[in-house]
Design a protein around this ligand. Structure first.
Ligand SMILES: Cc1cc2nc3c(=O)[nH]c(=O)nc-3n(C[C@H](O)[C@H](O)[C@H](O)COP(=O)(O)O)c2cc1C
Length: 381
């Protein structure tokens, strides 16, 4: 089945690759297997930069698609702080929903930082192919197919992770979408429908055979929803079984954990979802841990407030008065969890009704927090 999974993950820089290769000569059989896998089975691992089709990613950390979260303002911030790719919120393939406000907001890419990856969700191969073409015409550089979402709203229509139980339909969808566009198509899956039907491995081979360029795997089954802990054994098995880059996803919330998951699975990258909420700098910090050539200083409390302020202003501009204020509330709630985890503060912020009130409140919280910090520093001295 190949090398121990940790070996692939260790090959993280050209110098290390040569070093590892030389060390491998201690066992000729081992050396043959290393060179075979490196040169023929995992050529992307020889290149330091991760590529999806023609697109080189600046880091091996990918912001997960999150409906209601990974909108254009959030993607821009995460990319600015070091994500290699930020996948957009899923867009329905239903042509009747194309002109709704939600779909139109989700399809915006003006001043997108980095490669534009658009996720589509649906269950009809022809409809999904048309949706892929439609989004490519509107600027998508990568089409990502959603077979990972467990949301009832999505699965009731036998889309998202509900598709995993029908491998024939999976193959038809992938083929139809890949054939319909000339940009790379990626796929996001869970490890299966339920713990007794963990067919992620089989799906990943279907994906590779049908021309999928990269695969993100969330280490839970559909029926697990977000319960329990993500498992990485199935992801490691998938990495061993396919040649396309695999992104490990699920419950990764720190640079140390990301490194451990990379080592354990041998994945080409990690995909970060919830942990990035309220800390768009996290992807960059993880990227710096995975690649010593990258730099990502830890933001000070001051930095965090100015990032939050910039983010909230961007949300206000992007969504306008009413929606902007509503969407800003949840992001501020997440930021405050990492800065000042006071439920009262969050409650008070959620009661604010205008953009102006929200911006004034962030400035006020920032001043109070800073003076408290200074006071504590004086007391500690
Ligand atoms: C609020 C929210 C929205 C999500 N929306 C999507 C989506 O649109 N498409 C998708 O494939 N997965 C979606 N997911 C799943 C995430 O991409 C990711 O797989 C999951 O959160 C596990 O990663 P994490 O533990 O790093 O959060 C969503 C998750 C959350 C929390």
């Amino acid at each position: 089945m190949g090398l121990p999974i940790g070996v692939y993950a260790a090959l993280s820089s050209p110098v290390q690759i040569i070093d590892d290769f030389l060390h491998s000569f201690t066992s000729p059989i081992y050396a043959c297997r290393v060179s075979y896998r490196l040169f023929f089975k995992h050529p992307y691992k020889l290149l330091y930069m991760l590529k999806i089709g023609p697109y080189k990613l600046n880091s091996r950390v990918i912001l997960a698609p999150m409906a209601g979260v990974s909108d254009l303002p959030f993607r821009r911030l995460c990319m600015e702080f070091g994500a290699g790719l930020a996948v957009g919120e899923m867009i329905s393939c239903n042509p009747q929903l194309r002109n709704t406000r939600k779909t139109m907001m989700r399809s915006r890419h003006d001043e997108e930082a980095g490669t534009r990856s658009v996720q589509i969700a649906g269950n009809n191969p022809a409809e999904m192919a048309t949706a892929a073409q439609y989004n490519v015409e509107r600027g998508a550089q990568i089409i990502d197919i959603n077979m990972g979402c467990p949301a009832k709203k999505v699965c009731r229509k036998a889309a998202g992770s509900a598709l995993l139980q029908d491998e024939g339909l999976v193959a038809s969808i992938l083929k139809a979408v890949v054939d319909s566009v000339d940009v790379p198509v990626t796929l996001k899956i869970r490890t299966g429908s339920n713990p007794d039907a963990r067919n992620g491995l089989s799906i990943s081979k279907i994906a590779q055979d049908n021309g999928i360029s990269a695969l993100a795997v969330h280490g839970r089954t559909r029926s697990c929803a977000f319960k329990g802990r993500a498992e990485y054994d199935t992801i490691a098995e998938i990495v061993q079984a396919v040649e396309i880059p695999v992104f490990a996803n699920g419950d990764i919330s720190s640079a140390e954990q990301a490194q451990a998951v990379m080592n354990y699975t041998g994945a080409a990258a990690v995909m970060i979802g919830r942990a990035a909420q309220g800390q768009p700098w996290l992807c960059g910090q993880i990227a710096a841990r995975l690649d010593p050539n990258l730099d990502s200083p830890t933001p000070t409390t001051d930095d965090k407030f100015s990032i939050m302020l910039r983010h909230i202003k961007a949300l206000h501009t992007f969504y306008g008065d009413i929606l902007g204020v509503r969407i800003a509330r949840k992001h501020v709630g997440w930021y405050l969890q990492h800065i000042d985890n006071s439920p009262d503060l969050r409650k008070a912020f959620n009661a604010l009704q205008t953009q102006h009130e929200q911006l004034c409140a962030i400035n006020a919280i920032s001043q109070t927090t800073k003076s408290q910090l200074t006071e504590n520093e004086v007391l500690a001295a």
